[in-house]
Design a binder for this molecule. Structure first.
Ligand SMILES: Nc1ncnc2c1ncn2[C@@H]1O[C@H](COP(=O)(O)OP(=O)(O)O)[C@@H](O)[C@H]1O
Ligand SMILES: [Mg+2]
Length: 327
């Protein structure tokens, strides 16, 4: 039987030590986060939250760049903890990353097209240079470019938006099932951001690729996401279908984030100023949002909220979910 899930993230936790081995403290960057992506229908799942909430750490665990300290991740029915059954080549074919700064993804001293050939040749997608060039051209055309335009050029000859398209093309060469894009438009010119994010939607529909789109910028997530997960201080606090979640958030923190989303007609560069980071909030054993929540009561300051099902595939980790969110 085919697996129900493409990806299952089951209660994953990652701890870091900060401030040295002896006098340092443990901080939980990702705290028992669970998420899943169904196998039968490609989706864009956006993971949103302010800087430092654990988005990149979660990505790195899904990309196998960090080993979780707790919980497990299962891809195509295979657990990451089964290290003997790990097939690195297959993993690279199935899961591809896209990073924030495309100028750091490519060396300034190497023509960018060589990265596309290397991916095709190393992973056995092309048998020779001619085939690699065909694959590269095909992938570049899927992102609105072509080998004729890119060939022999270096990073400095592209804009950030163009170069991010090339890195998406490189990821497409393997025909992945899942692309993990960690803040892919954060370093891109404002006028090009939606362009890149809309491309994800196009690729999802055309090639059946699912995306985990990591962003602290909710205005881009609004238009393309099928599902949204909100993280706060390492913990998942809300999850659900994007439209419903954004139109009527169930968690007071999601509501706070939504209120900061620029509305149509507003200026793009109206950046939401996130509240100051407080390391001690990571260590709270009650609701981590309680210290700044307008609705917090004693129960919020005493224990950790369990998952509450709001119906319609929505869930929230809150003692007092907002009534307007009930399906
Ligand atoms: N390698 C590391 N060593 C120590 N602390 C880390 C490391 N990576 C991330 N952190 C800490 O974990 C928290 C979450 O970081 P990160 O996942 O990068 O957040 P985000 O991507 O949401 O901005 C932050 O407080 C960050 O300082
Ligand atoms: Mg990050």
């Amino acid at each position: 039987m085919a697996d129900k899930y493409l990806l299952e993230v089951k209660g994953v936790t990652k701890n870091f030590r900060i401030g040295g081995m002896l006098r340092g403290k443990k901080m939980t960057a990702v705290d028992q986060v669970s998420l899943s992506i169904d196998a039968d229908k490609p989706v864009i799942l956006s993971v949103v939250g302010e800087s430092g909430c654990g988005k990149s750490t979660l990505c790195k665990m899904i990309l196998r760049l960090h080993t979780p300290d707790g919980g497990d991740i299962i891809l195509n029915g295979k657990s990451y903890s089964d290290t003997k059954g790990y097939d690195a080549q297959q993993f690279k074919l199935d899961v591809q990353p896209i990073f924030q700064n495309p100028y750091e993804s490519f060396s300034p001293r190497k023509a960018v097209d060589t990265y596309l050939y290397n991916t095709a040749l190393k992973l056995g997608i092309a048998k020779n240079q001619k085939e690699a060039e065909e694959k590269a051209d095909e992938a570049l055309k899927s992102v609105g470019m072509s080998l004729a335009v890119v060939k022999g050029k270096y990073t400095a000859q592209f804009s950030g938006g163009e170069l991010q398209r090339v890195s998406i093309a490189r990821a497409l060469i393997t025909r992945p099932k899942l692309i993990i894009a960690d803040e892919p438009v954060a370093a891109i010119d404002a006028s090009m951001k939606m362009n890149i994010v809309n491309l994800f939607k196009e690729l999802k529909d055309k090639y059946g690729i699912s995306f985990i789109y990591i962003t602290h910028d909710l205005s881009t997530a609004y238009y393309v996401s099928d599902y949204i997960a909100t993280l706060y201080r390492g913990g998942l606090i809300e999850y659900g279908p994007a439209k419903e979640l954004m139109d009527a958030p169930g968690h007071p923190y999601t509501q706070l984030l939504m209120e900061a989303v620029p509305r149509v007609g507003d200026k793009w560069n109206q950046e939401f100023v996130m509240p100051d980071m407080e390391t001690k909030e990571y260590a709270l054993t009650c609701c981590k949002f309680a210290p700044r929540c307008p609705y917090a009561t004693d129960v919020c300051r005493q224990g950790k909220p369990d998952k509450t099902d709001l119906g319609g595939g929505r869930s929230v980790y809150c003692f007092h979910p907002l009534q307007s969110a009930n399906a």
